[in-house]
Design a protein around this ligand. Structure first.
Ligand code: NAI
Length: 462
């Protein structure tokens, strides 16, 4: 059979498999899904296109979806986040995967396109950041005659426009057909969720979507505790710089910002936070961080990390003021938090993969991590398995829900019910030796819940 994958080196599969075996021991939620649903195979008939960082942890997710009966094709959602040995192990296991660490933007969108190429087209999307959803919905609108990207605003938009035009030329009507057979999408991250709500508001979302990010066991764990471990990991692997004593600025104090600030503080850095939201600013202050504007500290700080999911947060005028050898990176989903494009005409010296030194007009040099793309996955290996198990167990439950009960949902964006959120947490307790106390019926009635849960009302914020 012709090879149906693109990976860096298939010979890395054995190494990938060994790390997959270890990861499984740290992913009790996913392994419990295999045990609970492995024989009933609720995902039989599902053809899932996955667009999510192709890491070891994702490989365990993919094999869980397959164990539950799904056909899967996969691409990474970021050009730098693939772990080539994980991709090789998945390809060797027979699941088509198109992902190489360091792929170009053109390859990135071509690989995403390839991940859609089931013989009968996909009928489910598992997305991280919304690129797979965007691709099919933009393409279908283009087929309906709309000029969907009239003036590309970035190099990436130019590439998307070309890729859509190419697919339309090769297979007329393809986007519309695929869009019409998608039963639903489960979305992993804050930025992708923003995109989904926006699509729904504009009347452009034709199928139901489950917002996995806002399961408590996702955003309050992966975004926070995940970044707490993986942010400093990325900076260290990239630079080997001494953290203790350095002044680090974290822009944004949402879930990712909270984890990132804690990460840097834990390593001994003196952390300053910037925020636009008074609630998050107050939280940062009461967690013990100085909160001020970037302009106030830009000339004196050593390390800058954006965590906002917003654009143009570190701008060229900021970078011009930074001191020599300041480290600049982003951990939010897209690279537009830092105005990297404005640095293109400066002198770049590549230090190693995903680390560049850039000379500013005043002679100061900046160390830019992963060209402004999320540095914990570009410069390190992302979050540890245990926390990704919680995220991905939500993904599996969301896929089962949409595949088996999709008709019950109107187009729109939903979150999983609280009893499933609590189930995901419960599945992770044994592995770390947590013992739960139990409510007696009298206590349960007193606080207005049942002894089995859910233990909190919907409006509770954790
Ligand atoms: P969030 O919405 O909880 O937090 C973002 C915070 O940034 C908000 O509090 C907001 O007020 C603040 N903010 C917005 N514009 C700002 C500005 N100009 N200056 C200062 N603060 C500003 O979102 P969350 O969940 O923390 O996610 C942030 C980003 O990280 C998203 O793009 C998300 O997709 C991504 N993400 C990345 C992960 C990774 O492993 N690298 C993991 C999870 C999420």
């Amino acid at each position: 059979m012709a090879k149906d994958y693109i990976v860096k080196d298939i010979n890395l599969a054995a190494y990938g498999r060994k790390e997959l075996d270890i990861a499984e021991t740290e992913m009790p939620g996913l392994m419990a899904c295999r045990e609970e649903y492995g024989s009933s195979k609720p995902l039989s008939g599902a053809r899932i296109v996955g667009s999510l960082h192709m890491t070891i942890q994702t490989a365990v997710l993919i094999e869980t979806l397959v164990a539950l009966g799904a056909d899967v094709r996969w691409a990474s959602c970021n050009i730098f986040s693939t772990q080539d040995h994980a991709a090789a192990a998945i390809a060797e296991g027979g699941t088509p995967v198109f992902a190489v660490k360091g792929q170009s933007l053109e390859e990135h969108w071509d690989y995403l396109d390839k991940s859609f190429m089931f013989e009968d087209g996909p009928n489910m999307i598992l997305d991280d950041g919304g690129d797979a959803t965007l691709y099919v919905l933009l393409g279908a609108r283009a087929e309906a005659g709309e000029d969907v990207i009239p003036v590309p605003q970035s190099e990436e938009e130019e590439v998307i426009k070309k890729q859509i035009a190419k697919r339309m030329k090769e297979s007329p009507g393809w986007f519309t057909k695929v869009r019409d057979q998608i039963k639903g999408v489960s979305e992993e991250t804050t930025t992708g969720v923003h995109r989904l709500y926006d699509l729904h508001k504009k009347g452009h979302l034709p199928f139901p979507a489950i917002n996995v990010n806002d399961s408590v066991t996702k955003s309050k764990f992966d975004n926070k505790y995940g970044c707490k471990e993986s942010l400093v990991d990325g900076i260290r692997r990239a630079t080997d710089t001494m953290m203790a004593g350095k002044v680090a600025v974290v822009m944004g104090y949402g879930d990712v910002g909270k984890g990132s600030a804690a990460s840097l503080k834990g390593a001994g850095a003196r952390v300053i936070v910037t925020e636009v939201d008074p609630i998050c600013a107050l939280q940062a202050a009461m967690d013990g961080f100085q909160v001020t504007t970037l302009e106030d500290v830009v000339a004196t700080a050593d390390i800058f990390v954006t965590t906002t999911g917003n654009k143009d947060v570190i701008r060229i005028e900021h970078m011009r003021e930074m001191k020599d050898m300041a480290i600049v990176g982003n951990i939010g989903h897209f690279d537009n938090e830092i105005q990297v494009a404005a640095l293109k005409n400066h002198k770049w010296t590549n230090i190693k993969e995903q680390v560049d030194m850039i000379e500013m007009p005043n002679g100061n040099r900046l160390i830019l991590l992963s060209e402004g793309r999320l540095l914990n996955l570009g410069n390190a290996t992302g979050h540890p398995s245990f926390v990704m198990s919680a995220s991905f167990t939500n993904q599996v439950l969301a896929q089962i829900e949409l595949w088996t009960k999709g008709e019950e949902y109107k187009p729109g964006v939903y979150i999983l019910p609280k009893h499933l959120d609590e189930k995901v947490a419960r599945l992770h307790l044994d592995r770390i030796g947590v013992k739960l106390s139990k409510l007696n019926p009298d206590q349960a009635a007193y606080i207005g819940v049942t002894p089995e849960g859910p233990f909190k009302p919907e409006h509770y914020r954790y």
